[in-house]
Design a protein around this ligand. Sequence first.
Ligand code: 3PG
Length: 208
Amino acid sequence: MSDEMFSARIVPVVVLHDAKDAEPLGRALIAGGLPVAEVTFRTAAAVESIRAMSAIEGLIVGAGTVLNPAQVEQALEAGASFIVSPGLRRDVVFAAQAAGIPVLPGAVTPSEIMAAQELGLDTVKFFPANVYGGAGAIKALSAPFGGMRFVPTGGVSVSNLSDYLSLGCVPAVGGSWMVPVDAIREGAFAQVSELCAGAVAAAAAIGK
Ligand code: 3PG
């Protein structure tokens, strides 16, 4: 799987209620040194937001909370370059694989991880990480599943970042703390850039 979206080791999980915010948000992410966004299909603005952000040079834009193959097609058509799903659905994985783009399905149990392996995947989303045992659970799962990588999301913050990023099987974490919905709604994009810069600095300070 191409690891481009993991370069900064943090993937901002973005919820946009209004597609007009997508472009300034994308620029704020770049300004903060975090040129990647997982735009979630939790709002009706997702597709247009992905389209607007995909047009920004240097920004890696993916789709999150993708629940079915129809949403994979919508995301692809809008320009998404990776797909994230909270769970493992074969037809979602197949649709992304057919398009040749990375797909990160959710898997938190041994059986789900084995199902991901069966589909040829070596990286899964571990969500909600804070509920399913956090870094301790990932560490335990990495014993039987040596080749598997985990991207924890859900409850990740600057305060527990090092618990996750210090694990060799964690290429990156996902989180929304640097893209607060209120800040976006208020147009406080400088604040978003600052939060991104803080997140990037915190990740860079953590050894692997
Ligand atoms: C996700 O969809 O990955 C999570 O909702 C992000 O979790 P967080 O808001 O706790 O960072």
